[in-house]
Design a protein around this ligand. Sequence first.
Ligand code: TUI
Length: 314
Amino acid sequence: MIRTPLCDLLGIEYPVLQGGMAWIADGKLAAAVSEGGGLGIIAAGNAPADYVRQEIRTAKALTKKPFGVNVMLMSPFAGEVAQVIAEEQVAVVTTGAGNPSQYMAMWKEAGVKVIPVVASVAMAKLMTRLGASALIAEGGESGGHVGELTTMVLVPQVCDATTLPVIAAGGIADGRGVAAAFMLGACGVQMGTRFLSAVECSIHPDYKEKILKAKDLCTMVTGKRLGHPVRSLRTPFARNYAKAEYGGVDDETLEAMGAGALRRAVEDGSMEDGCFLSGQIAALVKKEEPAAEIVRDVIEGAEPLLKGAMKWVR
Ligand code: TUI
């Protein structure tokens, strides 16, 4: 059995978090992960506060175990979502794509544990000073908004920069990834792409199918020109966007192409105008299965590897 300080901090059985994927990670998926002994997380994405409150209530109806909400800090609704999280006294808030400093005092006062995603050492130090409960160090192998550094180089540097528990994210989808993350100094993992195949994940069937069929080189990063690089499946949409980005298209047209594209992928499964977020590890996602089995599988896969870590040492 693997138990780390993160389990005690969050009141969970296994040190596995499900990433807050916009328009994907709803109350149903989050509750299934939490019921399975991990920490499920509802994604606020670009949605208004009412949507988030509804998903929180759905999760509360499905599980008595702790779950979290992820705030996407570039969302125009981030402020009102932050408020709802405090009002609903959600156990944990994670943040992404920005600096959550302005909300930390409010959340802490409401008893919400704050776990920011950091993509640099400077942000890790700032969040430690402002009273975060733990940090998620997310490397650029992940799907969605990506930073500059890989998981391999970010995680040990963040571990050196903080005394807080560190959760590794980006490029982790099985027991090998979990064991590697622990070797780098993390005491927990967050996975997004692996949970796209969960039975309780309500994405369009074509999206799921695409993930199950993905190979090593199936993702690409677009959006660098506008300052928001995003990793997604290499679909006709992503290729067209890249062509526009490096062609003569102006910023407004590019913005318009991207607007609503995450939601279109999830709801319509359209390869032509949807953006299918995916991490580089999609090729390791082999079958659809209940979220609880995914949580158990990655931990059970890591155990023998960690126990056998001495096999080359003389
Ligand atoms: O946030 C994510 N992944 C996401 S958010 C998202 S929705 C979206 N929609 C349109 C454009 C862009 C995103 C899809 N996927 N991951 C967590 C994450 N946070 N990765 C990197 C960061 C990060 C980056 C910079 C965290 C902090 C940060 O600080 C910047 C600063 O203010 O100094």
